[in-house]
Design a protein around this ligand. Structure first.
Ligand code: ADP
Ligand code: MG
Ligand code: MG
Length: 914
């Protein structure tokens, strides 16, 4: 016997048995749409009878180019069963059955693949149907739709080939809307469409219902590898080998008159997350009309007035579905002569804002746990929420151009392009900021949409294609701005004579549904006002702080600290939830205009005394810097890195100086020349052929200890002063670029002595402080056991560690060959963005293990840019870091990512798992 390729909607138990019961596997077998239909059928929701051809059959088809053995026979058997249940017969003019043939992969790919409605309509069954319904207009409308959909989906005829004759026909009759078309008009159109098929493909439109079904099934299989579907999978990371199922569903007709209709709805508002039904419907219409955004739709609330009983049923069903899936549902329904049928349910796509609100609300409603709520939001979504908004003042004075539906929130500024290919070209190749403007979008436009910063359409509603896609990719979008007249030929748009041409700038506010002429400046989003996000992040923190969430040491999840050089950054970091400073770079403090000359004097001093004199001038500045930082971080640790860069960075540029000297000589200017010449000699003597690996970090401190001695004095004087003011200070002094423990042995005791002296001078008895080092040279990682004899903490400087481990200089690599390496598959990703676990990561892991052998309570963190990258954060959790430290703006993202990884590995001793 051949394999089971086809399942009736009530055979979910059989399907579960075959795949071993898991819902995920059922979805993989039957596709998301199919699984939803099966599940609703089981729950007693009214779903039209039907059956599903599995994704396995699709995959077989992709391999062999033909249906697998037995599949078609099984389809015919299932069809017989559907005939029995509906009491109708496929192809029988006396009592015809019609079906739809619908694609549906494991993960929903809205509009990416194909569906054909009204299969089974032929000249003969059309006549029969007219007799049965007494509604010839409905029958001819349905028939022309079949010819049109079949022609485009199955036979690959362009949409335009059908749209054009229809538009011409309407113009000739002086009709504005489809609704004015009579039965005879649709009949005529059906004939015209058949001629189109004949002309384009040289075949007669198939009059054999089973032939229609067979070809449609095959077309759905083929659509899995259509360009749109492939593009969409690339953009969303859906694997190619999942395949699509084919769902054959008894047709229910929303176009049978004014007691019929069709619609789509979300159980919560997909833009804001608010708990209320959200959607559109149309009376006397068929499925595609609503989604395509061709006719202007009604709001779902109005259905309550129009058909109160049906609406109540609808609310009951959708509430039940939401409770069952514990997720916001996106449903499709059709009402046929007052009877409600559900045609699809799936978890609804939503904006980042809605995702957060829905997760928090559902946890508060008791539908899901707090952990689940935290897992429902991705770090990328948090990222979008912290993206810039329009500056409110600037917006007020901007010129409002058009208003439409606020389909996907956020602020976008860009140059206007009117088709997807140009939008893609300008966005991707020319690196322009693009706003794509279209009457409405179709699945073929997705490549242009994802290359755009914003989208504006003149037609369609909140559930139109443009809106759905924009929300999913987090692209600000306004749809249905009807006042905008788009002239695709002239490449311009027009609102009451106000013309915007291709390439001109507009600003789109997807949050309010407005579009403006020109560029409006943007400002950072504020976290304080996003109360749901704050709640969610507090839950994330609770999870990470749970003892035992991670076995081994530490027994808690990761903390999130921030890299901050100035008090104002530290305050922002605190407000974003950072519980420590993981990296304060002190050299920034040397660059301030009033300080730089002193710094240069210090560098150029011939004697230690001269140097110390200059440093004494710098000391009060440094002390004040640290004071502000400690105050902002009251109660939390602050890691201060001692001077790191090579000294030439503080000096004037050698070439420029040389030019000046030459010019002065030529012009015979004597004044100041001698000093400049001397300076030039000094700078020349400081020249290094590879400064990144030269005199910097701890090496510099050993050659010129006075600088770091001053820094340590400043740190501890500030710490003592703050302590006396009642501020809780936890300074941690970080020595950069250690490669051998001998370096620490040389420098650290001197610095510790200074700290002790200062505290004694100031009369501070107790202060919680540490001395430690950055691990950024492979040798340090390898000899971590030795280094930990002195270092009380490690902080991974993964920027340098990545450079030194790969032997790449970052700037040169990113400019010259990294892209090629990634394209050629030599590197999976840019290792400066996502930590290389196998190399750099292994070194880190080794350093933690070795270091803790010497010093079991060794504190470990990361301060490289990787500290804000979710993938890299996961690795830090795995190897036993205490914290990750990142830019203040990424702190919320890191907090969520830390909770995700804590939950993923909950209670596990991870180093052993790996
Ligand atoms: P998509 O994946 O693009 O949403 P669908 O397969 O869900 O495609 O179908 C497209 C439209 O046709 C939807 O509005 C759907 O509700 C409608 N539709 C599909 N099958 C039927 C059916 N058997 N009876 C009535 N309408 C249907
Ligand atoms: Mg479709
Ligand atoms: Mg659908």
């Amino acid at each position: 016997m051949s394999r089971k390729w086809v399942y009736l909607f009530d055979e979910i138990a059989e399907a579960e048995e075959v795949v071993g019961g898991s819902w995920d596997a059922v979805r993989a077998l039957l596709g998301g749409k199919g699984a939803g239909l099966f599940d609703m059928t089981r729950a007693g929701v009214s779903v039209p009878p039907g059956f599903t051809v599995t994704t396995e059959a699709c995959n077989e088809y992709q391999g062999n180019g033909k249906f697998p053995e037995g599949m078609w026979e099984q389809e015919l058997t299932a069809l017989k069963e559907v005939e029995k249940r509906t009491g109708k017969k496929f192809g029988d003019p006396a009592n015809p059955l019609f079906v739809s043939c619908r694609s549906g992969a494991k993960f929903s790919m809205p509009g990416m693949m194909d569906t054909v409605l009204n299969i089974g309509l032929t000249d003969a069954t059309a006549d029969g149907m007219i007799k049965l319904t007494g509604n010839p207009r409905f029958v001819w409308d349905s028939h022309r739709r079949l010819v049109e959909m079949f022609g485009s989906v199955v036979l690959g005829i362009s949409d335009e080939a059908f749209e054009k004759p229809l538009a011409e026909y309407k113009a000739k009759k002086d009709y504005k809307h489809d609704i004015e078309m009579t039965a005879d008009d649709w009949k005529a159109m059906t004939g015209i469409f058949k001629t189109v098929v004949k002309k384009q493909k040289g075949i007669d439109f198939p009059q054999e219902p089973l032939e229609q079904l067979r070809l449609a099934t095959e077309a759905v299989f083929k659509s899995w590898n259509g360009k749109r579907a492939v593009d969409y999978r690339r953009a969303t990371g859906i694997p190619d080998d999942l395949g699509t199922a084919v769902n054959i569903v008894t047709m229910v007709f929303g176009n049978m008159g004014s007691d019929s209709g069709t619609g789509v709805a979300f159980t919560r508002d997909p833009a804001t997350g608010e708990r209320k039904m959200y959607g559109d419907y149309l009376l006397n219409a068929q499925g595609e009309d609503v989604v395509a955004g061709i006719r202007n739709t009604e709001k779902i609330e109005d259905l309550a007035k129009e058909m109160p009983v049906v609406y109540q049923q609808f609310l009951d069903i959708t509430t039940k579905l939401e409770r069952h899936y514990k997720e916001m549902q996106d449903v499709e329904f059709t009402i046929e002569r007052g009877k409600l049928w559900m045609l699809q349910t799936r978890s609804g796509k939503r904006t980042a804002k809605a995702a957060v609100k829905i997760a928090v609300d559902m946890a508060n409603e008791g539908l899901i746990s707090k952990e689940e709520a935290v897992l429902r939001v991705t770090p990328e979504q948090v990222d979008t929420l912290l993206h810039p908004q329009f500056d409110a003042k600037a917006k007020q004075s901007a010129e409002l151009y058009a208003k439409g539906v606020n389909a996907s929130p956020g602020a976008a500024v860009g140059q206007v392009y009117f088709d997807a290919d140009t939008a893609e070209k300008m966005g991707k190749e020319q690196k322009q900021d693009v706003v794509m403007v279209r009457p409405f979008t179709k699945p073929d436009d997705v490549h242009g949409m994802i290359a755009s910063k914003g989208i504006l359409t003149s037609e369609g509603g909140a559930t139109s294609h443009a809106a759905v896609v924009a929300r999913q990719f987090g692209i600000p979008c306004v749809v249905g701005a009807a006042m905008v007249k788009i002239d695709l030929d002239k490449r311009q748009m027009n609102v009451d004579g106000n013309v915007v041409k291709e390439g001109e700038w507009i600003s789109v506010d997807g949050t309010t549904g407005e579009a403006f002429v020109g560029k409006i400046p943007t400002v950072a989003a504020s976290l304080e006002e996003q109360t749901d996000l704050l709640t969610l992040l507090s839950w994330a923190d609770e999870i990470c702080a749970r003892p035992g969430i991670r076995k081994g040491w530490p027994e808690r999840g990761l903390q999130v600290w921030a890299n901050a050089d100035y008090p104002k950054d530290a305050r922002r970091a605190r407000s974003y939830g950072a519980v420590g400073i993981g990296l304060c770079r002190t050299e920034h403090m040397f660059f301030e205009p009033e300080r730089l000359p002193v710094v240069q004097r210090m560098i150029l001093a011939d004697t230690s005394e001269g140097r110390i004199a200059a440093l004494n001038e710098l000391l009060p500045f440094q002390r004040k810097d640290f004071d502000g930082l400690f105050e902002a971080m009251n109660g939390y640790p602050v890691i201060i890195r001692l001077i790191d860069p090579p000294l030439h960075e503080f000096m004037p540029d050698e070439e420029k100086l040389f030019e000046e000297v030459v010019t002065m000589r030529v012009k015979g200017e004597r004044k100041g020349l001698a000093e400049k010449e001397a300076l030039l000699v000094d700078i020349k003597s400081m020249h290094e052929s590879n400064p990144m690996m030269g005199l910097r970090g701890v090496r510099l401190s050993i050659v010129m200890p006075e600088i770091v001695e001053m820094q340590v004095r400043a740190i501890f004087e500030a710490a003592a002063d703050c302590t006396q003011r009642g501020i809780v200070v936890k300074p941690e002094v970080m020595i950069p670029l250690t490669g051998t423990v001998k370096e620490l042995e040389w420098i650290q005791p001197r610095l510790v002595r200074i700290a002790a002296t200062v505290l004694k001078e100031k009369g501070v008895k107790k202060l919680d402080y540490k001395f430690g080092t950055m691990i950024e040279i492979p040798r340090a990682a390898v000899t971590a056991a030795e280094i930990a004899k002195l270092a009380e903490f490690f902080s991974f400087g993964t920027n340098d560690l990545t450079q030194m481990t790969f032997g790449y200089s970052r700037d040169d690599a990113e400019r010259n060959f990294l892209v090629t390496y990634v394209e050629e598959g030599i590197l999976p990703v840019n290792p400066f963005q996502t930590l290389d676990r196998e190399g750099v990561g292994r070194l880190m892991q080794m350093a933690v293990e070795e270091g803790r052998k010497t010093r079991p309570d060794l504190e470990v963190g990361i301060c490289g840019e990787h500290g804000g990258d979710p993938e890299s954060i996961e690795w830090c959790h795995i190897i036993g870091n205490h914290y990750v430290s990142c830019s203040p703006f990424r702190v919320p993202i890191a907090r969520l990512a830390a909770a995700h990884v804590a939950l993923k590995y909950s209670g596990k001793r991870i180093a052993e798992d790996k």
